[in-house]
Write a protein that binds this ligand. Sequence first.
Ligand code: NAP
Length: 247
Amino acid sequence: MRYDPDEIERVAQSVIDRGDLPLLGQDPNRTYRMGIMGGTFDPIHYGHLVTAEQAFDDLSLDVVVFMPAGNPAFKQDRDVVAGEDRYAMTLLATSDNPHFLASRFEVDRTGITYTADTLSLLREIYPTNVELYFITGADAIADIVRWHDAGRIGSLAKLVGATRPGYDLGHAEEAIRESGMDFDVTYLEVPALAISSSYLRERVRLGQSVRYLTPDEVGGYIHKHRLYGAKRGPYGALGKPWFGSKE
Ligand code: NAP
């Protein structure tokens, strides 16, 4: 295995500079596995958190870095809340788990954030004894062959596609097979993925509770910042519980 002490020092410096990426790769005698949880997280919910925890266990990962998409390539046609809000909610949702991290790596970049570029940058930062596992929804994986520079993604990371029970993998497998591109994909069945961000957004818009679908801190953030059309919140502008009448 290639081991260059200068490279480790460069990784350490790069991670320190960025502040929110894990320091991995220090021991040249072992392989590290870094999960990168890619998603818009608009908003993050328990389905995402369970997926990451399941990937951490099943694939023996060392850490899972949640990376809210900066300017998502395929979301140019719909309003997505600001990267700053999606990052804040992701940070709140992951803060109590010692092997989860929330990263600004994409939200701080300008322009459309393509996964191939993100993985290339990470590959430059980390030494070769750090393997990258890009975790996302199986629906997104089914589309991967159409992504910018798709061929490069397969050489940079292994892929993990999360599905809800009963999901038909045929479409994803066929799209990848027909593309002739080389992807190493593991599929994970995650019952909690019956929850979706669009379901949460709709419930908020209708004034319904999102408790038990996402951590309370995320629900609180949504209402305090009036995201997704939230009309009232459990807290007033000064952060005190608010017991006024419905608007
Ligand atoms: P999406 O198409 O909105 O999501 C497809 C499905 O996957 C939805 O059901 C979604 O549920 C679920 N999902 C998304 N991320 C997930 C995760 N980490 N774990 C479990 N389920 C997940 O996907 P997206 O959010 O726009 O993109 C997913 C990732 O792929 C992002 O990192 C994005 O940057 C990347 N991507 C890259 C390109 C490119 O480079 N050209 C193009 C598209 C996507 P929820 O809505 O509940 O999350």
